[in-house]
Design a binder for this molecule. Structure first.
Ligand SMILES: Nc1ncnc2c1ncn2[C@@H]1O[C@H](COP(=O)(O)OP(=O)(O)OP(=O)(O)O)[C@@H](O)[C@H]1O
Ligand SMILES: [Mg+2]
Length: 429
């Protein structure tokens, strides 16, 4: 039995690794943001005119995940409001919305209303959209004094999911003509670089008045970011000197994502702590990296549509029962067709569509597909699962409809097992 009291007692007497663990968390806004000078300056120059009661331009920000977009905006907003307090002028209101969560035009307007006036929330649905818009105008006019900045993070999701949301955006970027003293500015953020082409030109002309790009960080830049955070997060001399360069290199190799690098460093520290180590070493970093990879795959797999999971299930069955190193698309398709029949209401996809889904799984890193030349029979695609069979089983087992099928090999596999069992094949010369 797990001795919880002893565990806590031991924990108290362990070597101290972290001085301030939360400094490594994504929510923490550091007092300096290395390698984002240019972006900070540009945004500061645009929003500065709000200090003199004029209206800044709307801004469009592009940049991949973990490139400091949210951190830079929080940093600029904190400094702008500090200046407002010093100069005794009304502070501006900064409203952050993530369009992954707030993903319809109605909900965007309702959420802004609630941020401005939390005591009188707008119902989750049911009002005509123009009534919500009028309510927003009224709430801004009665409750706000300084400027209002509305940050629409992942704005591409909003536009892609709900076509009607473009009308809401159109009205929102033009809301200032209805306002008395407050001025509203929109800052749209997107990870998708070519997203602009999906935007209604009327919205684009107002929203894209200023554009700022956040490039991915390289390994040296991430190293600087980590060093600054690590100096506060860890006790002196706790980190082996190779740990930060390794975390930086691993994160830069992926997408230049500072969040990933910080997560890796924190997790490596936590592993060292759990093992009662005096120092965080590169082994802890590799261990953390493996674990994060597993978590990512699990999350990805669980979010897949059922049809893609059926393809993974086919690969799982083939690898488990035939013990084959590599599998061809035809085998996957036959296995898939047999199993899809066992799930009521699930339609059978064409071989072409199944090949497309395999390509998507390949791009995600779940499976590895390689085209090889097989002599006079032309070129064949060989597929192999990229995660260990046991992990794949764990991921798939969470879907109840699939879990039921996991232990029964379909007849096309059973036939192969009996046909080949006991025979050894030799390559013909
Ligand atoms: N230049 C920097 N200096 C210090 N920390 C940084 C810097 N850039 C990013 N970070 C840190 O990296 C993490 C991720 O940054 P942030 O949340 O701003 O990324 P993002 O571009 O908004 O990503 P996403 O698109 O996923 O929302 C945060 O912990 C942030 O503090
Ligand atoms: Mg962000």
């Amino acid at each position: 039995m797990f001795d919880i009291d002893n565990y806590f007692k031991d924990f108290m007497s362990k070597e101290e690794i972290f001085h301030e663990r939360d400094v490594l968390r994504p929510e923490f806004v550091p007092s300096l943001l290395p390698h984002r000078n240019h972006q900070i300056q540009k945004i500061a120059e645009i929003v500065a005119c709000s200090l003199k009661n004029s209206m800044p331009s709307n801004i469009f920000i592009f940049g991949k995940t973990g490139t400091g977009k949210t951190a830079v905006i929080s940093y600029v907003s904190n400094h702008l409001n500090r200046q407002c307090r010093n100069a005794n002028i009304p502070e501006s209101k900064w409203i952050f919305l993530n369009c992954q969560e707030v993903n319809t035009g109605y909900r965007v307007l309702a959420k802004i209303c609630d941020e401005i006036d939390p005591d009188n929330p707008v119902p989750i649905a049911g009002w005509p959209i123009d009534v919500v818009f009028d309510t927003l105008i009224e709430k801004i006019n009665t409750n706000l004094k300084g400027n209002c900045f509305i940050i629409l993070d992942e704005i591409d999701v909003l536009v892609k999911k709900a076509r009607k949301s473009q009308d809401v955006l159109y009205n929102l970027v033009r809301i200032n003509s209805h306002l008395k003293s407050t001025k509203v500015n929109i800052i749209g953020i997107s990870n998708v670089l070519n997203f602009k082409s999906a935007l209604d030109p009327r919205v684009l002309s107002s929203l894209g008045e200023e554009e700022i790009v956040f490039p991915a960080y390289n390994a040296l830049e991430i190293k600087d970011i980590l060093e600054q955070r690590a100096a506060r997060a860890f006790y002196p001399d706790v980190l082996d000197p190779s740990v930060i360069p390794l975390c930086a290199a691993l994160a830069a190799k992926e997408h230049g994502d500072a969040r990933k690098a910080l997560d890796l460093l924190r997790k490596a520290g936590e592993f060292a702590e759990r093992r009662n180590a005096k120092q965080v070493t590169i082994d802890h970093v590799y261990f953390a990296q493996d674990n994060m990879e597993k978590d990512k795959m699990k999350e990805y797999c669980e979010a897949l549509p059922l049809q893609s999971k059926m393809i993974l299930l086919s690969i799982y069955q083939l690898e488990k029962h035939l013990n084959q190193e590599t599998i061809i698309t035809g085998d996957i398709y036959n296995t898939y067709c047999e199993m899809v029949e066992l799930i009521p209401g699930l339609n059978k996809l064409t071989q072409r569509r199944v090949s497309e889904l395999i390509r998507e799984l390949d791009l995600s890193g779940m499976v590895n597909a390689r085209v090889k030349s097989t002599g006079r029979y032309g070129r064949t695609k060989f597929i192999k699962s990229n995660v260990p069979l046991r992990d794949l089983q764990d991921y798939l087992q969470n879907e109840s409809r699939i879990a039921e099928l996991m232990n029964i090999p379909p007849s096309c596999i059973r036939n192969k097992i009996t046909r080949f069992s006991g025979k050894k094949f030799r390559k013909l010369m």
